[in-house]
Design a protein around this ligand. Sequence first.
Ligand SMILES: [Zn+2]
Length: 332
Amino acid sequence: MGVVTFLSVGVRFEANVEALNMVEVSGNYARHRRVPYVITEGGRLKVVYVPAVSGESIAHGYQVALAEEAKALGLPVCSYCSIGEFLKSMDEEHAAEKFDGKVPKLSGRSKKEELVSVVGEIESGIVRKCVVEDVGGFLYAGNPPVKRTSRFMVSYALPIKSVATYATLEPQLHARHARTAGERREGAAEQMIYYVETGTAVYGFTFNLDFAGVGVSSYSGRALVDDVKKRRLAAARALYRVLSSQGFGAKLSRFLPGGGAVAMVATLTERPFTVTSPIYDGFAESTRERLERVKATFGEKGYYFEMGKDGLKTPEDVLSAVIETLKKEGTI
Ligand SMILES: [Zn+2]
């Protein structure tokens, strides 16, 4: 048997009066993201529009945590990722700091071997200098273009199916005040009113992390760094941090949601395996059964963790158990 390198986590969290993902502002009205959602009602399929939080929004929160954890462990993070601006190495200008200003380029009449070697040089240069781009991927649109696929995947957070019709969106009135009336400029209003749509639901989302790809080339499959285990540890700790602090979503300064994680399952496997989506009732049971089947079929190792079982009372218990197991297995 090999080592477990694939982590999948399913989370259900209750969020009351949140503005985690706003999509547009029209005049003084800020709209919450909403998505079409198929539910079964009275034996019939029906589409309803429900509040949602995009995977991009959760991924942003995760990468902010990843930058912090990487720096805390003494690992390299580039200047943009350090401040939460995940433009990544999207062009020559943003890739420059990884190469002391000289990003490798193709010469005028390039051959295939040159292309392969320059692409490899660019990927390895960026990965070595930034853990966020190592784990979260990037798309360099220069000459030649280089793409690194993200080593983590995250779903939208969607209201759980059984109570999706109770998910609500409601605009709330707010006011911003100008300074005292006496000092105000001609024509300026004393206060400005605006509306923010808030959502309330029990949401579910899935997060996968493929440790096997951390620090490894997308093109050659070869290791690009010698601190792979430390980078994997940073990636695992970032997930712990972001789930423990609910550190994702917009407008947290005034719309920090009421609620928290109400259910969590996690699996560690040798090859990719995704937990059953937490939007379905019975997702924990289903995950365990599926995992047992995969283990039996492929003769592989697999670990299962569930909040509320085996002494794992809190989300932190689950995530600590995951990290302990990864250490025991020698993955991190
Ligand atoms: Zn970076």
